[in-house]
Structures are given as structure tokens and as C-alpha cells.
Design a protein. Structure first.
Length: 180
């Protein structure tokens, strides 16, 4: 029985360490956001952009906004990652589903910091105007050793019973960080 507890404890430690990456070898460069398609009965006036935030540092940030028309009790994001290889975007083996309404939120990829840049707080999401302003990814919390290159991230968003809310494509690059 004691061995069983040790195995379970070790498994939990490994699992929690897996969600807390640390890297300092690359930076993520935003290019653009395209192809935003939304269910207008749920989300109106979606707007998502990549903006230049600081000219001296060449920093780009993500801004977004939209009006939710109905109460959402579930909010699930399903990203699909593609890498640009041989003149085409090819599926890249990263598989993550993010449940934004989960009470046991982990800081996967540093995404909890998004709450510092938005008026969205928790579920249920009530009708109203929501925004994301000047959000910079915490790239140091991303997995190490991701290959350098151009990427496309397609994100589909769903609510209860996989009802479609919105989708969009982010384009950017992973480039070697200048080591001083």
C-alpha cells in the first residue's frame, strides 16, 4: 500500500512539472490574425489584431474584443498548430484543449496572465462587451526545443454541447532569442 502511495505521489509531481515549462532559447513573433468566423447569435463584432506596442523594443501584442449575446456556462478552446514546411502549413504534433471554465485552472503555457489584460473573469460568461488589451505571451513558460520557423495556430472556440462560437488563425514565428 505504501508503494502505491509513492507511485501516485510521483505521478502527480511529474504531471504538475509537465505543465510548468521553462525556456529561454526562443521568442515568439506575432505576424497577424486572420479568418475570424463567428456564430453571430452568440458573438457580435469580433475584432482581433496584432499591434505594435513599443516601437523601441519592436514588441507586438494581441488585442481583441467582441460582444457576447447569451450566457455561456462552458467555454472551450481547441487550438491546432501547423508549422510551415516545404511551402505549406503542416500539422505540428501539439494537442491541447483549454477549458476556460475549469475551477482547477493551471497556468499552462503561462496563459493565466491573460486575466491581467481582460475584463473576462470566470464562468458563467454573462452577456456583454469583452476585451483583451496589450497581451504579451509569457514565452518563457512555453516548452523548450520547439523548432524555429513559421507557424499557424487555428483556434476553435465552443460552448455547451460543442456549439460553435468562433474560430480564427494566428500567424507568427518562433525565432532564436538573442543571447547577450
Amino acid at each position: 500500500m505504501k508503494t502505491f502511495h509513492v507511485i501516485i505521489s510521483a505521478s502527480l509531481i511529474i504531471a504538475s512539472a509537465y505543465t510548468q515549462f521553462q525556456q529561454n532559447s526562443y521568442t515568439i513573433v506575432h505576424d497577424r490574425v486572420d479568418n475570424i468566423k463567428c456564430n453571430k447569435s452568440i458573438l457580435r463584432r469580433p475584432d482581433f489584431k496584432v499591434l505594435q506596442y513599443n516601437d523601441s523594443l519592436q514588441t507586438k501584442v494581441l488585442n481583441g474584443s467582441g460582444t457576447i449575446r447569451t450566457t455561456l456556462t462552458e467555454l472551450t478552446l481547441v487550438p491546432t498548430v501547423y508549422r510551415f514546411v516545404s511551402n505549406a502549413y503542416r500539422l505540428f504534433p501539439i494537442n491541447v484543449t483549454i477549458d476556460s471554465c475549469s475551477p482547477n485552472k493551471k497556468n499552462v503555457l503561462g496563459l493565466l496572465s491573460i486575466l491581467n489584460h481582460t475584463n473576462y473573469r470566470k464562468c458563467p460568461v454573462t452577456p456583454g462587451y469583452y476585451y483583451l488589451k496589450y497581451y504579451m505571451l509569457e514565452e518563457d513558460k512555453f516548452p523548450p526545443h520547439i523548432p524555429y520557423g513559421q507557424y499557424k495556430l487555428s483556434v476553435d472556440t465552443y460552448t455547451t454541447n460543442r456549439a460553435f462560437i468562433c474560430s480564427g488563425d494566428w500567424y507568427g514565428s518562433i525565432v532564436r532569442k538573442n543571447q547577450d
